[in-house]
Design a protein. Sequence first.
Length: 167
Amino acid sequence: MDKLRRALSGEESNSTGSADEESGFASQFRDATTLGWTSRIKGFAICFGLGFLFSIIGILCLMIPSRKGMRLFALFYSIGNVTSIASTCFLMGPWKQLKRMFNPTRALATIVAITFLILTLVTVLVKSNPNTLLTLLCCLIQFLAMIWYSLSYIPYARDAVLKVLNF
């Protein structure tokens, strides 16, 4: 568990054992503003749970028989995805999360997910009469891109999926 905590928080083992070498305002500010491991886990769980809840609320909004239901679906579903992605910022910090999102292995999935997240919102918020099929297509592509993005964090998961799909 300590190894996972160090990997996610960006700590590296120091062979000299001199953790007090770093001093000054910057290190004091960082120490004062960083969360402890249990606070990070709690923040991650709460944020991820809220993202999941928003997505479920969005799916339930599909039962509203009007264009308003489609708007609410797309809005809550997209907010749920953003909240779920933001939850990982608690584990590794926002800057490190952004760097990892745009690593070469997951940059395409990140760009596709963000693009279709924005397109989803544009299709329902800009037009007074949103196109249901276009909105659902944007949400589907957004969902698939998020799955592909998430699989990039699991070693060999993408290879396994491609092998199962015979690609």
